[in-house]
Design a protein around this ligand. Structure first.
Ligand SMILES: [Zn+2]
Length: 198
């Protein structure tokens, strides 16, 4: 029967396509797209974590929309920290892009809820082994503070930007300080021996 032959042909094409996806790793790409589609359906974060463990929100001088040259306004916030300080993801999500550009230098972009893109720029270097598609949490190190791109000659800082569908939005109102772990006192030898006795 003709339709059976047509059906089996279609099935064979599907099977081969699926096999190719698995072999070429395109299935990973499809999984990544599926994850991104899911993110688009979620409400964007109303609170995000400071990209540095030690820097507090009040230490940020608000430079949102500050003039940069004659034709540009600052589409983000600059957060200063010593060169090499680990940059932590402000949100959960997935690595969307890792790349270099003239203004940002070495940059990492993370896609998160609502399809928002969180942009980390002027990185000295990237975190070891990070790849596009990797899942990140607010504990994930993305890279290290530097002066790449147009930050050359300035004190090391992170340029942090957020992009929604309508364009750049100010990260400052969303940022919240990280809870710094309470300093635990080192155990004295007496405690240690006591524990050994127990
Ligand atoms: Zn900046």
């Amino acid at each position: 029967m003709r339709w059976v032959r047509r059906f089996s042909k279609l099935f064979a094409v599907l099977a081969v396509t699926l096999l190719l996806f698995v072999i070429t790793g395109a299935s990973d790409t499809m999984v990544f797209y599926a994850r991104i589609i899911k993110l688009y359906t979620q409400e964007p974060h109303t609170k995000i974590a400071m990209p540095f463990a030690e820097v507090k929100k009040k230490e940020i001088a608000d430079t949102w929309q500050a003039p940069r040259g004659t034709d540009r306004k600052h589409e983000g916030q600059d957060i200063f920290a010593p060169r090499g300080t680990p940059v932590l993801s402000a949100t959960s999500g997935y690595i969307y892009k890792i790349g270099e550009n003239n203004l940002g230098g070495q940059t990492v972009s993370v896609i998160s809820k609502g399809g928002r893109i969180y942009y980390y720029a002027h990185l000295d270097s990237y975190a070891n082994g990070i790849e596009v598609g990797d899942r990140v949490t607010t504990r994930t190190v993305l890279g290290y503070v530097g002066t790449t791109g147009n930050a050359q000659g300035t004190p090391p800082h992170l340029h942090f930007g957020i992009y929604s569908f309508s364009g750049a939005i100010n990260p400052l109102p969303l940022l919240t300080d990280r809870v710094t772990p309470t300093v635990t006192k080192k155990q004295t030898p007496i405690h240690r021996s006591h524990r050994l006795v127990l």
